[in-house]
Design a protein around this ligand. Structure first.
Ligand code: DSN
Length: 419
């Protein structure tokens, strides 16, 4: 840090303040995590200097012998982690991995069927504000309004009506198990391909604690930085039949030079996820999410579908007559970071929302346990129920800082992740 502080004190200062923010607050954004020092070291390495368009052994540049080794390690570890026949670790992000998945098997204008954003889907699953809704003829399925779970019979009915070429199975705010085998049955019935997007649950799948889409979905996309706890980036897996198409779509179809420093960091993250301690971590992620969800409900908040099977939950704020935007702001003042989220049939705009999403991956990496999650659940309920009590917010901020101080920030302290 001292070199950066000398060369560019402005940026060094920003990084230092962000580190202090992460250290002193409680991170409940379901899609965030803390990487290890090893992942960060690979991310900040000389591999950022290298151009390596193409694939290992088939590059368009000289001098690729060492980055080839890094990419080969990343792909072999990803194959071992997920049991996939084919993997490409080059996508810059989850959105690009999804674009690559679609363009490997679709032409512009083809019909797709994905989960409605307000019901827990993702922007890139067909929202009209993204390429997925602009390039393709996008249709959506939602959750059943009573059970607040995916109604697979309804997905089948819609699939028969829409005749999609791709059905997207995946979500960014759905707290229940996704039945990839059922999605495959539905897709087979209408002649579609299943594209699973496991960005959120990748770590849970890797640990064997959520059914895997591999063997069911022909194409599976993910990010590498959420529950999987690697560097920020994307990845795309496929069955043997679609592997070549996926490779050609990623490069030259969509991307230029792969980020070799990030690919090396992905390899480091995959190695960590292959250790027995990673399964323990994911077990703790699930226990902590459950404890938070139970605590929020005990203290009077309503969780969509009544609980969680994974690392996240969505709170329905309609009974409290307060927007997700306001709760997000008040929690931030109290030292708790989360993000507002639309809920099914949300009466408020996507900017205001009637929901707020919480997740346990980051705090679990930090070492928080069930007792901390129960306390945090009570604090959140107190803020939602008496939002104008400024003294309460100040008191919780003090307690949240004290709780954070008891758990050193992984990756930047001596107490690094166990691998
Ligand atoms: N933005 C991510 C999330 O928060 O879920 C998904 O890409």
């Amino acid at each position: 840090m001292s070199i950066l502080a000398n060369v560019d004190p402005a940026i060094a200062g920003i990084i230092g303040r962000e580190e202090q923010r992460q250290r002193s607050t409680i991170e409940l954004i379901a899609s965030e995590n803390f990487t290890s020092a090893a992942v960060m070291q690979a991310t900040g390495s000389v591999l950022t200097n290298k151009y390596a368009e193409g694939l290992p052994g088939k590059r368009y540049y000289g001098g690729c012998e060492f980055v080839d080794e890094a990419e080969n390690l990343a792909t072999s570890r990803a194959r071992e982690l997920f049991g996939t026949e084919h993997v490409n670790v080059q996508p810059y992000s989850g959105a690009i991995a999804n674009m690559a998945g679609y363009l490997s098997v679709l032409k512009p204008g083809d019909p797709i069927l994905g989960m409605n954003l307000a019901h827990g889907g993702h922007l890139t699953h067909g929202s009209p504000v993204t390429f997925s809704g602009q390039v393709f003829d996008a249709h959506s399925y939602g959750i059943d309004i009573e059970s607040e779970r995916i109604d697979y019979d309804e997905v089948l009915r819609l699939a028969k009506e829409v005749r999609p070429k791709v059905i997207v199975a995946g979500s960014s705010a759905y707290s229940r198990v996704i039945d990839f085998a059922r999605f495959r049955e539905i897709a087979d019935e209408v002649g579609a391909i299943v594209m699973a997007d496991i960005a959120h649950i990748a770590g849970i799948v890797a640990a064997g604690l959520h059914p895997s889409p591999i063997g069911q979905a022909q194409i599976t996309t993910t990010t590498t930085h959420k529950t999987l706890r690697g560097p920020r980036g994307g990845m795309i897996m496929a069955d043997a039949e679609h592997g070549d198409a996926v490779n050609k779509t990623v490069f030259p179809g969509l991307q230029g030079g792969p980020l070799m420093h990030i690919i090396a960091a992905k390899a480091v993250g995959f190695r960590e996820a292959l250790q027995p301690s990673f399964k323990e971590y994911i077990q703790n992620v699930l226990a902590n999410a459950d404890a938070l969800s139970e605590s929020l409900q005990e203290h009077g908040l309503r969780i969509i579908s009544g609980g969680t099977d994974n690392h996240l939950m969505l709170v329905d704020l309609r009974p409290n007559d307060i927007s997700g935007r306001k709760v997000q702001r008040l929690l931030e003042e109290a030292g708790i970071t989360a993000n507002r989220n639309s809920i099914p049939n949300d009466p408020r705009s996507p900017f205001q929302t009637s929901g707020i999403r919480f997740g346990s991956p980051a705090v679990t990496t930090r070492g928080f346990g069930v007792d901390e999650m129960k306390t945090i659940g009570r604090w959140i309920a107190e803020i939602v129920q008496t939002p104008d009590d400024e003294e309460q917010i100040a008191r919780i901020r003090e307690q949240a800082e004290a709780m954070s101080a008891a758990f050193p920030l992984p990756g930047v302290t001596d107490r690094d992740l166990q691998t």
